[in-house]
Design a protein. Structure first.
Length: 283
């Protein structure tokens, strides 16, 4: 089995201080939590940024830049920026594509439209094609977020059509309302569909974060933890990102699987070392 890539999803776009005081909102808080997570063992960061006034997600370029520069002063993880915008607020396509201009290693690619909790999450075919095309042009790898098996199928069709580059990296999202349930059966079925040469990781929502993560650990997949998907360490006890990463590091080591460093994660994902603009700026 390969070393384990732990992705930490630092903040997402929806959870606010009233939900947990531990959710990072300001650029400084997001960067501080991200740096602690990398030092704890996360090799890949999935990043959204927030409007400090409303606390809700934003695609504001300057906030993204501030967060990235603070993080990259201290640590050098694989950077994946979100293109999801704010579910329920249907941002125009151009705004959602802003992260591609910031030189990340990866951006998220939500592989279809769906009901997401009480909102509509719109990812129509023309947006998916535009995002895939821009990612190819800018040499940014896609994090293929699939909320059910139909989305896996969509990605496979786009890979076969040459719209999405190989090797693909899938992020299987289990347990959101409107998507596939967080069960071992869902995970096995979706993982079995993936093309040869793929890497994959799992997101379990809420208390399923730990359970799905352990299944993926044993199956040879990779794992995403973090407050975007789950705010509790255990029932009644709020978590920090760092704590959630540390727990996964400990579990993986106990099960005999070593943790990938950022450079090892780049290699496992087929990313060229230090490929992007931010990297070259930093050197
Ligand atoms: Zn996200």
């Amino acid at each position: 089995m390969s070393k384990l890539i732990i992705t930490c999803a630092i903040t997402g776009s929806r959870i606010q201080k009233k939900d947990t005081p531990l959710i990072p909102i300001s650029p400084e808080e997001i960067a501080e939590s991200a740096i602690a997570s990398v030092k704890a063992g996360a090799s890949l960061l999935h990043i959204h940024v927030r409007d400090p006034k409303t606390e809700i997600g934003t695609q504001d370029r300057s906030i993204y830049e501030r967060v990235l520069s603070l993080i990259q002063e201290e640590v050098d993880p694989v950077i994946c920026l979100s293109t999801s915008g704010v579910p329920g607020k249907n941002l125009d396509h151009e705004k959602r594509l802003i992260p591609l201009e910031l030189g990340p290693d990866m951006v998220s690619f939500d592989a279809g439209s769906m009901n997401l909790g009480d909102s509509l999450f719109l990812n129509p075919p023309d947006f998916l094609e535009l995002l895939a095309k821009k990612a190819k042009e800018t040499h940014v790898k896609l994090e293929l977020e699939c909320f059910h098996s139909g989305m896996v199928h969509t990605c496979i069709q786009m890979i076969e059509a040459g719209l999405i580059e190989r090797p693909p990296h899938f992020q299987l999202v289990l347990g959101v309302r409107g998507g596939a349930p967080a069960t071992l059966n869902s995970l096995i079925n979706m993982a079995a569909m993936l093309p040869q040469g793929s890497t994959w990781s799992v997101i379990g929502i809420g208390s399923a974060q730990l359970q799905m993560g352990i299944h993926a650990l044993l199956m040879g997949g990779h794992v995403r933890v973090g407050l975007e998907d789950n705010i509790y360490y255990r029932k009644g006890q709020l978590a920090t990102n760092e704590q959630l990463v540390k727990r996964m590091v400990n579990l993986s080591r106990e099960l005999g699987r070593d943790i990938a460093t950022p450079d090892e994660a780049r290699e496992l994902l087929g990313l060229p070392p230090r490929m992007n603009a931010l990297d070259s700026k930093r050197r």
